[in-house]
Design a protein around this ligand. Sequence first.
Ligand SMILES: [Cu+2]
Length: 273
Amino acid sequence: MTRTTGIVVGAALAIAVSFPMTGRADDKEKNAVQNATVHFGQPQPQTPDPNPVGAAVTHFLMPNDVTIHKGGTVTFVVNGGGHGITIHEVAKKTTRADIAEDLCDGNNNETADATVAQEITDRRARAAVCNGAVRETAVINGVVVSFLGSQNLDYMITDGKGNLVIEPGFNADGAINPRLDDPDNSPRLLATSGASPGDTANPAAIAGNRAGAFLTGTAFNPTATPPVAAPGNRIQVKFLSTGRYLVICMNRAHSLNDHMFGFVNVVDDGEDK
Ligand SMILES: [Cu+2]
């Protein structure tokens, strides 16, 4: 009888203690889920603008910042064409602005907490400045080289600590560095569409094509009854270590021009998962 009472009292104390601990928990940890789903590209039906902006307004992740438990997964649902996914670890304090400032148009027209309508306005403004039709010049090894497309310039993408995360290199003739593809400058967890770090060990494996293929995304079929979205690739990644991870499109135009990136946070809330 006495022992039973003691167990009940002990349980009540444990519950009482757990509330203040929850209250102190970081917001990210409180909102962490075991398995998240992220749209890589605007979900169907997509609403591209008329040209010249076109599909640029569909180049975003939704949601663009998710938090999961250590050992959990994120499944990326690929929507629309021309995407490749790469994931790099970044410093935990890295903000969206830290990445955006290193891309074309920097933080101009990049409003992190904007309304959906404001985000669309921002994407249009960015596409007017950063696109495949603008001509850029750069000096490479003392030689002035002309580029068609702002996405073909070199960009040094650094994180919140100032560490280099990705440097895609110049893509002067359209073939040197066809993708946002950097296996060397930071820990990379995934790369779906590019060369392989085994490039030198087994060059025959990717001979003649450093670009690889883009992913197959969902496609809307307005002529079907009812209109349906054809399925696309769904890529599930299991995150085994805590940290903050940059998820960015390997299509240079999508990432460097259109800022197609987001984040995954992986937290350990002290529970056995
Ligand atoms: Cu893309």
